[in-house]
Design a protein around this ligand. Structure first.
Ligand code: GUN
Length: 288
């Protein structure tokens, strides 16, 4: 293996230790960061994610509350619950796990969450601030990628970053965070022709597509930094990313594995945003 491994578990632990210190400082000011998690219906994967998020909160001393509703919950009932949580001083973050049932409009729901508690970074106010390079809540996976690269001292300024995937949660915001750090950004997606022509020119390649073996050795520039956001199952049922790790590790300069790469960073950034929200609320209170 020529590439250096980017160990997401190790880096996530580093940031979690830092967060513990901030949480301790907040406690001396009588503030305990609080996250409300809303889950509607019985989607198995969503249930697993919510459990992992709440467990991580518990490990750091962040208070979390789960509101688990039946699939039949109406949109109006959900809006009312979010409005109640918006008004609570002890809740600093509100997370509505997606996807929602068909009869509930996710845009309406996301826009009901107060931007000051939008720890997922999905609200149009948060997106607008991100695009205009202002401090705000950034979407957790893209933020996790930036924090990983910061930890690894990867230079971003002037680098060519190629993003594969244009989802609202990962691809699009990731491109903006790189742009804000003075990278030159290219987006590729399902309609891109000759994908390899772009990927081969990337100094930093981020793949968030959801296709095993999408990226092979011949698609990567020698020494490139390769970030794999894919979460797939291969033919043997094993967890894998979008990148053929065994091939690409011989070409890349640095590479994230799956599992143990970007995944652990995503939940850590949810904790980070919740603590950031609690700090903001405290500063606002102290400033009257
Ligand atoms: N569903 C899949 N990923 C996410 C996420 O990051 N946040 C929320 N709220 N729902 C999701």
């Amino acid at each position: 293996m020529s590439a250096e491994l980017i160990d997401g578990r190790l880096i996530a632990n580093y940031y979690r230790e830092q967060l513990k210190k901030t949480i301790h400082e907040l406690k001396t000011e009588d503030v305990i960061p609080g996250l409300a998690v809303i889950l509607v219906g019985d989607n198995h994967a969503s249930g697993t994610y919510v459990r992992m998020k709440r467990k991580a909160c518990g490990e750091l001393g962040i208070h979390s509350e789960l509101y688990h509703y039946e699939e039949s919950l109406t949109q109006d009932e959900l809006v009312l619950k979010i409005e109640e949580l918006n008004g609570r001083d002890d809740i600093h973050g509100i997370l509505v796990q997606l996807p929602l049932p068909q009869h509930i409009n996710p845009i309406t729901i996301i826009e009901t969450i107060s931007p000051s508690k939008d720890v997922d970074g999905f609200h149009p106010v948060s997106i607008g601030k991100m695009v205009t390079n202002q401090d705000t809540f950034y979407s957790c996976t893209p933020l996790g990628i930036m924090k990983m690269l910061e930890y690894e001292n990867v230079d971003i300024k002037g680098k060519h970053v190629v993003i594969l995937g244009r989802s609202n949660i990962v691809g699009k915001p990731a491109g903006h965070l790189f742009l804000n750090r003075d990278a030159t950004v290219t987006y590729c997606h399902s309609q891109t022709t000759n994908l390899s022509e772009y990927t081969k020119k990337a100094d930093i390649l981020v793949s968030a597509v959801g296709k095993p073996d999408l990226i092979r050795a011949e698609d990567v520039k020698q020494g490139a930094v390769v970030i794999d956001v894919g979460m797939n199952r291969n033919a043997e049922g094993k967890l894998c990313g979008d990148v053929n790790f065994h091939e690409v590790k011989e070409v890349a300069g640095k590479i994230t594995p799956v599992p143990g790469g970007v995944g652990p960073m995503t939940i850590t950034m949810l904790l980070y945003n919740t603590v950031k929200s609690a700090r903001w609320q405290l500063v606002n209170r102290q400033n009257g």
